[in-house]
Design a protein around this ligand. Structure first.
Ligand code: PEP
Ligand code: MG
Length: 548
């Protein structure tokens, strides 16, 4: 008999969908060096057949798809079938007496180091060899290979959480919806799902203990129905109002720039098509989530030009690499840290590796010239005015005229006046600012409610930055997810924000909402909201006063 149960998570990407459930397996731990096999020859002889099995599965998966996906799978299958990896791993088992899984891990590591050292096209194959090794280790251990499996048809994925690279690679034609046990409303899984218009629910406690055949997901309410019988595939994603004239303004003519958040050329095209007046946040690290070596200045210049070109003649804010914590870049080879969100991330990486920053700034200046976009740069994770001043000096030395910083650490918000003295503008990253104000990791499902952008504590800090902006006569904007909520966007304008930057799907909704309110209404509502004590009360006060 079939049954249905319902779990409650946090809806982070709107829309409803239903379909067969597919689990995304978690990364495998590094294989242990022991115990030594009692019969090394027998242990070694397991590797060859396992490799053949992995290659066969990949070839079968390749046969079900076309184009680039097929090429990738065929290349990976060929690597799995390569006798060199198998024979080196077999030798490690017989010579050193390590388990087969460990031997595969070490043999793949040797190949990966050699490929990385060769550079260029070969260095790009490092991920593939790691992927083959993971699949082979999973096969030898009898578990599912990690990462998003090849989907034979439209499916609803569920997972503990997804790496940003995995989420960015999801195919919206096949992934009907996404449900994760962990993650919060501002985690990168949520942000990327919204950009891809895939309905998503995060912080869905208990989904990993369920064994669903089908899932029915409501990305608006956060409800997830688990069925033991298959469910009919269906999907409905609201595309929002399109009746916006493309100029961000209140009904009484107060200008607020409505900008796009982008991370790749597709986002940029979608943002331009949605009518964005420019780009408020280009997350450059999204271009390199899978890179295993530092991209050359020429490669960066070409990659950035591809993103900037749809905005030729328009303002674009390029953020320098924000690596670390939830967005690790493997080519930076980060040291393990007990608290990555509080460690060496964002601008702190650049201060340690000035050459890396200077090469990126040179590439951005080149891309500005090649694309014709009106480019500014900004630094992520700035804590003090002294750091801001240091960054602005390096940007100017690279020939970039306008330079600013993100305000996403409470210290920077509290010293916004001093930060404005040394910068041309600031942009508030409400995702991280909330995380640090509430000491609530944005990736941890259990604390998702604290990362609600309607929290009065967060809004009061934004108000302080707005006041500093007015005093300095320099603009402050918001590029965190808070800007994508039409009612909250109006409150942010009332708090003094001059621009709002968001993913493409939110642009027309926010632009249309702003066009229905007066500036003094936004200011009155902002004052009311600041006086509330909870996120729920703040949201209720704004929604009932604004009707957007
Ligand atoms: C933010 O923190 O709000 C932000 C916009 O940056 P990211 O989400 O990339 O950390
Ligand atoms: Mg941030």
């Amino acid at each position: 008999m079939s049954s249905t149960t319902t779990l409650q998570g946090v809806g982070v990407s709107p829309g409803q969908a239903a379909g067969p459930a597919v689990r995304v397996a978690e990364p495998l731990p590094e294989p242990a060096t022991g115990p030594a096999p009692t019969d090394p020859a027998a242990e070694a002889s397991r590797i060859g057949p396992a490799a053949k099995q992995v290659a066969r599965r990949l070839e079968e998966a390749a046969a079900t798809v076309t184009g680039e996906a097929r090429e990738v799978l065929e290349t990976t299958a060929a690597m799995a079938a390569d006798p060199a990896l198998v024979s080196q791993a077999e030798q490690l088992v017989t010579d050193r007496g390590v388990p087969a899984t460990r031997a595969v891990f070490e043999a793949a590591g040797t190949f990966a180091t050699a490929l990385a050292a060769a550079g260029g096209y070969l260095a790009e194959r490092v991920r593939d060899i790691e992927d083959v090794a993971n699949r082979l280790i999973a096969e030898l251990t009898g578990v599912a290979p990690p990462g998003v499996p090849e989907l034979s048809g439209p499916s609803v994925l569920y997972a503990r959480d997804l790496a940003p690279a995995d989420t960015a690679g999801l195919d919206p034609a096949k992934v009907l919806a996404l449900v994760t046990e962990e993650g919060g409303p501002t985690s990168h899984t949520a942000i990327l799902a919204r950009a891809l218009r895939i309905p998503a629910v995060v912080a869905c406690r208990g989904i990993l203990d369920a064994d669903p055949a089908g899932l029915v997901v409501d990305g608006d309410t956060g409800a997830v129905q688990i069925t033991t019988a298959t469910v009919t595939v269906r999907a409905a994603v609201d595309t929002g109002p399109t009746d916006w004239n493309g100029t961000g303004t209140t009904v009484d003519g107060y200008r607020v720039k409505i900008l796009a958040n982008v991370g790749n050329p597709d986002d940029a095209k979608a943002g331009a098509a949605a009518g964005a007046e420019g780009v408020g946040l280009f997350r450059t690290e999204f271009c390199y989530l899978s890179a295993t070596t530092e991209p050359s200045e020429a490669d960066q210049r070409a990659a950035y030009t591809a993103v900037l070109t749809p905005f030729a003649g328009k303002p674009v804010v390029v953020r320098t690499l924000d690596a670390g914590a939830d967005k690790p870049l493997s080519f930076l080879d980060p040291e393990p840290e007990p608290n990555p969100a509080l460690g060496v991330r964002g601008l702190r990486v650049a201060r340690d590796r000035v050459g890396l920053l200077d090469r990126q700034l040179a590439a951005i200046a080149g891309a500005a010239a090649d694309s014709g976009a009106d480019v500014s740069v900004m630094a992520p994770m700035v804590a003090t005015a002294e750091e801001a001043e240091w960054f602005v000096a390096r940007a100017r030395a690279a020939g970039i005229r306008r330079a600013g910083v993100m305000i996403e650490i409470p210290a920077a918000a509290l010293t916004a006046r001093e930060v404005f003295e040394v910068t041309d503008f600031v942009s508030i990253g409400t995702n991280d600012l909330a995380q640090y104000v509430f000491a609530a990791d944005r990736q941890v499902g259990a604390v998702a409610a604290l990362n609600d952008p309607w929290q009065p504590a967060l809004l009061r800090l934004i108000g302080m930055v707005g006041e500093a902006s007015l005093a300095a006569g320099k603009p402050a904007g918001v590029c965190g997810e808070a800007a994508a909520d039409p009612a909250l966007a109006c409150v942010l304008v009332g708090l003094g924000m001059a621009s709002l930057s968001m993913n493409a799907p939110a642009i027309s909704r926010v632009g249309a909402a702003l066009a229905t309110v007066r500036l003094d209404d936004c200011q009155t509502v902002a004052r009311t909201v600041l006086a509330t004590g909870t996120a729920a009360a703040a949201k209720e006060a704004a929604r009932s006063a604004l009707e957007v």
